[in-house]
Design a protein. Structure first.
Lengths: 148, 124
């Protein structure tokens, strides 16, 4: 009964941003995360990284982003530029980088330099993202308070 | 050979098991994703057809790249090598005739996939 009481009053504070120019993929991933993590306060999709940067003040716990963000919007910055900007604005934000590129080892190495996780967009991608989110939520330094 | 071809054309373009698993078997959520697919895939096909007609290599590369993610959601695995090759040919300013042939195949499989998704929607 006591635990139920706390369940009611603890506010949902975790926010996840998804930066993906493929709307279908973004919608599918968003829905998948909502199903697996119903206690997340908000999962917001952005089509370009620049829009996500404008809302980084909201302290998303995790940013999940496609590496090639300028395939549809040619003037948009690519993933690496956005990663650098996120790390300047909010260094503690966990970033999961998605890509379907064949030469994914090169990208994986590039993003790891910035402390990002890399997930190849294959049939296990959503499950890998789920695992990484769980790891983030279970991390000892993680709390219900958004990180600066 | 003929048998193989007819067997190939009998095979389904889509594998809905991935979508079902990802959506936790929830039919209303699956329908939402199917609707988004039915909206998005004709736009992407239109873009890549235009790009092939105009021999616009960068656009062929970019649209083929985007479509790889789109088709993965509906489990259209037969399109993965086709799109991969189109993307590579677009990047290397490769053989346009080869791209046209691949594009024909892409259109045929997408048409079949659209029919299957529409049918699946009625059964879901």
């Amino acid at each position: 009964m006591f635990s139920n009481f706390f369940k009611i009053i603890i506010p949902k504070t975790k926010i996840i941003f998804i930066v993906e120019d493929n709307e279908l993929y973004a919608k599918s991933l968003n829905t998948f995360i909502k199903i697996r993590f119903p206690k997340i306060k908000e999962i917001k999709n952005f089509r370009i990284g620049e829009m996500c940067l404008m809302e980084m003040h909201r302290n998303p716990r995790i940013v999940i982003m496609d590496y090639f963000l300028n395939s549809k919007y040619e003037e948009a910055n690519n993933g690496l530029e956005i990663i650098k900007s996120i790390k300047i604005l909010k260094p503690k934000t966990d970033i999961i980088v998605l890509s379907i590129q064949q030469n994914f080892n090169i990208i994986a190495e590039a993003v790891k330099q910035y402390g990002c996780s890399y997930v190849h967009k294959d049939q296990w991608a959503f499950n890998k993202v789920e695992h990484l989110i769980k790891e983030n939520f279970n991390h000892p330094t993680s709390g219900f308070e958004p990180r600066a | 050979m003929e048998n193989n071809e007819s067997q190939k054309s009998m095979q389904n373009a889509c594998d809905f098991s991935y979508l079902s698993e990802m959506m936790g078997g929830k039919k209303n959520l699956m329908l939402g994703i199917m609707d988004a697919f039915l909206e998005q895939i004709p736009e992407e096909l239109g873009s890549i057809n235009d790009a092939v007609t105009n021999t616009n290599y960068p656009k062929i590369k970019n649209v083929a790249h985007t479509m790889k993610s789109t088709v993965s959601i509906m489990g259209i695995y037969s399109l993965e090598p086709i799109l991969k090759e189109m993307e590579a040919l677009g990047a290397s300013i490769g053989d346009i005739e080869k791209i046209r042939t691949l594009n024909l195949e892409l259109n045929l499989i997408c048409k079949k996939a659209i029919e299957e998704v529409e049918k699946e929607k009625l059964n879901t």
